[in-house]
Write a new protein. Structure first.
Length: 477
């Protein structure tokens, strides 16, 4: 993922940034000590917070959404965007004030920001008691004990094999219908703009059978959709040396899909080089694997793509999009785009716009480039595009995409789609919402339906971001 600032269309779910986690059923009487976690960044960070919650719960700490009753406060951080770092610093300063009324309170930083800013947070700014990297969560109990003695506790070592495969995450702030399941960690792609390989380490794939088991348990607990999650999910490749068995991403998806036809399967995020025909044919084969692919391109210029170290050209990417639409004709497609990367010219920018016109994405996450310390781009290139030009190019891209998203929604008018109900609409208690196969939000009247049900909905109207319809009761699901 790029280290970027954002517009109103984002790769991160802004509704969840800084979310305080608590499990579905809170039983404070069971725990004498409580922890509070705020998470920032991508879906991987939110999934990691669930792993941390499981480890802490096993060691006698219960989750709370009330920061003032917490004995432990953690911020799970993101180094992707400068804005996130600024927000984390502000929150840590606020948490430090709680120590005046609660001297035993401990504050810690988790995740991607931990390694890069450990000395600043602990030695220079004295904001935290603990700094724990994404591969070190198992050591939390010992680090907490160390911090309780007044020592500063740090573990930011990266691992070549840690996948937390045996830890059952505590589902936090869950709707009880959809869940993230982490299948791999780290990234081997050295994209010039990206800090992830340095903060999360090399790729390693989780035991396939532990993934299937977690998905089975989620289904048995009433969940009806899982999103297989990884920094570069399609490069999943697990080897069981004892059984001499290998499991590719396509094979893993099939194993999860076969749990039940009532369990929807999604995945995120993909690198274009790893979306193989095997993956596409598996998606096409199973009705419960959603026809939706997030395929980040980052730029429409082959020259810029080479500077970014994306390993493909504009023409290669277009051929991949054509192949997706050949095998899965009704596939929803989304992307990431960066404007103003180092040396980007007006011609490069126009090539990005023309690529968007060709691909006609249903959803796009668009940013202007913001240099992040430690990346290849920060070491090799000059961030030479003035911010006003970056923002102007970004606005042109966003304006184009807004037209395209409305057109994408309008194509569904009059169609009937299958929707998994996720909850009550934010606008009115009388409506429910869910998503269709292509990941579009659909809103409709509640009637006798409830969260977790599948319904067939005829689309009657739309906005640029939502389909509006009516449940059709005389059609088979």
């Amino acid at each position: 993922m790029a280290s970027l600032l954002n517009t109103d269309t984002k790769i991160h779910d802004e509704n969840r940034q800084g979310e305080a986690f608590a499990p579905l059923a809170i039983t404070p009487a069971l725990f004498k000590k409580h922890f509070y976690i705020e998470s920032y960044g991508c879906a991987m960070n939110f999934a990691d917070s669930e792993v941390v919650a499981s480890i802490l719960q096993e060691n006698g700490f219960g989750a709370t959404k009330n920061v003032e009753e917490a004995d432990l406060i953690f911020i799970n951080t993101c180094s992707i965007r400068e804005k996130a770092e600024q927000t984390v610093r502000k929150r840590l300063t606020e948490f430090r004030k709680f120590k005046k009324t609660n001297p035993g309170l401990m504050v810690g930083v988790l995740g991607c920001m931990a390694e890069r800013l450990k000395s600043k947070f602990i030695e220079e700014e004295k904001l935290v008691d603990m700094v724990v990297g994404p591969d070190a969560y198992r050591t939390l109990p010992g680090l907490i004990e160390e911090a309780e003695t007044g020592q500063k506790a740090i573990n930011v070592l990266l691992s070549r094999d840690e996948t937390y495969a045996d830890i059952a995450p505590v589902r936090l702030n869950s709707n009880g219908v959809t869940a993230f399941v982490s299948i791999m960690r780290g990234c081997n792609n050295m994209c010039a703009f990206c800090v992830v390989p340095f903060t999360r380490g090399r790729e390693r794939s989780r035991d396939a059978y532990s993934i299937v088991k977690e998905c089975e348990e989620l289904f048995n607990d009433g969940y009806r959709e899982v999103t297989l999650l990884g920094q570069n999910v399609d490069s999943y490749y697990w080897i069981d040396e004892q059984k001499e068995e290998t499991v590719s991403f396509a094979m893993l998806m099939e194993k999860v899909a076969l749990i039940s036809s009532q369990l929807r399967v999604r995945f995120s995020t993909s690198h274009p080089k790893d979306i193989t025909d095997d993956v596409l044919f598996t998606i096409a084969k199973y009705d419960n694997i959603c026809n939706y692919i997030h395929l980040p391109v980052q730029s429409g210029s082959s020259r810029v793509l080479q500077l970014m170290n994306r390993t493909y050209s504009r023409e290669w990417y277009i051929a991949k999009v054509n192949r997706i639409r050949e095998i899965i004709p009704n596939c929803g497609l989304s992307t990431d785009m960066i404007t103003g990367f180092c040396t980007e010219t007006e011609e490069d920018h126009q090539q990005s716009l023309s690529l968007m016109e060709y691909c006609h994405y249903d959803l796009a996450y668009m940013y202007f480039y913001s240099e992040r310390p430690g990346t290849l781009a920060a070491r090799r290139y000059e961030d030479d595009i003035p911010e006003e030009i970056k923002k102007r190019r970004l606005k042109e891209m966003v304006d184009l995409h807004r037209i395209q998203t409305l057109q994408s929604m309008q194509k569904d008018l009059g169609k009937i789609c299958k929707v998994l109900i996720e909850g009550t609409s934010k606008r009115t208690e009388d409506d429910l919402f869910g998503r269709n196969d292509q990941n579009k939000v659909v809103v409709f009247a509640k009637g006798d339906h409830k969260k977790g049900d599948y319904v067939m909905v005829k689309i009657e109207s739309c906005t640029s971001g939502t389909l509006l319809g009516k449940v059709v009761t005389d059609m088979p699901l």
